[in-house]
Design a protein around this ligand. Structure first.
Ligand code: IDP
Ligand code: MG
Length: 138
């Protein structure tokens, strides 16, 4: 099987709370390879492409505002089965119920906002990974 790549983002809440290092440590400890990494302040156009599947949902506008509230760290991450492996490290979407031991479960909580601030993004399929890497690492 060819080595896979995924897009990981440390979202603005993770960067603002100083958790980038802790999150990168988990990724590196798991054994995945950092291929490229940069601090990005995405504009609305980039985020509309990235989150196209969520357009029209109640949390869509709050999500875009949140993602424009500060820089994110974008990571091109490689390894066999890294797409599902990073999603497993991240935990489920809602940080309140994400399993302890996961990034979202250990570092996240409900802040009473319209959008779940859940620290990280990870692509959910090979198609999404290729599409999203093209957007963030154009
Ligand atoms: P994922 O990041 O776990 O793949 P998605 O369903 O793709 O979750 O949603 C994208 C992002 O939108 C989530 O990470 C979260 O920040 C936000 N989000 C998703 N569902 C909700 C919701 O029901 N309420 C508030 N925010 C949400
Ligand atoms: Mg998703």
């Amino acid at each position: 099987m060819a080595t896979e790549e995924t897009l990981v983002l440390v979202k603005p809440d993770g960067v603002a709370r100083g958790l980038t290092g802790a999150i990168l440590a988990r990724i590196e400890s798991k054994g995945y390879s950092l291929v490229d990494l940069k601090l990005v302040e995405p504009d609305r156009d980039l985020l509309e492409q990235h989150y196209a599947e969520h357009a029209g949902k109640p949390f869509y506008e709050p999500l875009l505002d949140f993602m424009m509230s500060g820089p994110s760290v974008a990571i091109r991450l490689a390894g066999n089965r890294v797409i599902e492996g990073f999603r497993s490290l991240a935990g489920t979407t809602d940080p309140t119920t994400a399993a302890p031991g996961t990034i979202r479960g250990d570092f996240g909580r409900d802040w009473g906002l319209a959008v779940q601030q859940n620290l990280v993004h990870g692509s959910d399929s090979t198609e999404s990974a290729q599409r999203e890497l093209g957007i963030w690492f154009a």
